[in-house]
Write a protein that binds this ligand. Sequence first.
Ligand code: G16
Length: 540
Amino acid sequence: MTRTVASHAFTDQRPGTSGLRKKVAHFKQPHYLANFVQAIFDTIDATGQTLVVGGDGRYFNTEAIEIILRIAAANGIGRILVGQDGLLSTPAVSCIIRKHRAHGGIVLSASHNPGGPQGDFGIKYNIGNGGPAPEKLTEAIYARSQQITGYRVVDGDIPSLTKPGKAQLDAMQIEIIDSVADYAQLMQQLFDFDRLKDFIKTCDLRFDAMHAVTGPYATRILGDLLGVQRDWILNSTPLPDFGGGHPDPNPAHAEELMHLLWQDHGPVFGAASDGDGDRNMILGHKLAVSPSDSLAVLAANAKLVPGYRDGITGIARSMPTSQASDVVAEALHIPCFETPTGWKFFGNLLDANQVTLCGEESYGTSSNHVREKDGLWAVLFWLNLLAVRGQTVTAILKDHWRRFGRHYYSRHDYEALDSNIANSMIEELRRDIAGLSGKSFGARTIRAADDFTYHDPIDGSVSAKQGVRLLFEGGARIVVRLSGTGTEGATLRLYLESYQADPAKHDLDPQLALADLIDIAENVIGIKRQSGRQQPDVVT
Ligand code: G16
């Protein structure tokens, strides 16, 4: 039976960089999630269509799926594919939408943000190409959420999600699907699994699933299909609170893995993925690969991997990501696009076949095989490269720097700042931009300064105020922007980049190589001065 539940609009439902993310307690307020889901259905018109639903298994995942199923049935959705146990990694949702030609999908995740009752929750809608809804659509969903006065639900039994199978909720068919199968099949099409199996027998490696959604994917793909020892796949059981950890694959949060790789006779390859399986970190022995370098290395070596044997059409990177891939694109005579932060901005370029590989400094890399970033894909790509080149991560990276030069890179995050202070810092900087060009600080001179505006070359849409850039002579950059994924106060991100062509100077600690830029940033922006913070909370 369908009934309408009366509710009232919530003013804070504008999606950020990647969907709507809030504290769990916020999402659990009566009507909060239901309103947003109704706003999605009111906006997309998917009557009679197929949708995909799944999440990263964090606290509130199962309850949220039940709410979505009831509202979907009441809104005339024809069929819903749900991951077993409610689990689907973000790249798997993208893969399943594409493979089953679904109208779209709903991803339940707050990505790398901590989970549990005190943690974060999130929801986003992905469109029929498998990618995050573009801004036009997220804005329309938000606009609808502001007018909502109620939502429709169907009463009736919700099937258990623990086993694959089919069930009916009113007129809607619910199909509980194996969370891994479609995705694993796609990986087998892209990479040389026979070669990988042989290589893995010889490689001392560790993969850290951080108690998040990649656990079942890594166990099946790395373990069952490729023969990685079970105890080399760390933290492989997804937990609602990620074991109390912060499922963010970076040197600051993947401590256990870092410790193993930094042992004197430790593993030669390490990798980790985040809460919803779309991010990746790649480690060599005592070496962390910067995500920007990772994109550049994959692009430069793509032809060595079966799925990209015919070459790549172009590369896209988010604006704050280093220019390491621009140099590779130039050498390959292919274009390199610069987009705002947010995977949604890559969708048009991928659909138009303008680019094959995309990447971001925030530990995201992927290709045209899906429309999301893809953690395990990046791990398999690197392993495939190591197998073909017969070299370690360290050797491949050093070789890359010798050939293309090194883009020293670092990101400094100042988290949970007072929003007013953070906003006024950015506003002040915007006001000062005009006067910065031509200014010198020691050996560095600012060539140009602006607030990045993106003109989408495919649909002509314009996205302004995407981050303040100080561009120096010689290619160095300082970029500042406010994060669109935090749930507490404001997070200010400072991105620093400096190019070094001379191989004799490729072995510096990035913080030292960037020390003068760090000083210039403080001089011009005054983050420490204005926020009262003595140092960033996270340095990657
Ligand atoms: C999301 C987006 C990424 C973005 C990242 C950080 O990733 O999909 O495109 O780079 O957030 O964004 P911000 O700097 O605004 O916090 P994820 O893995 O959190 O979904």
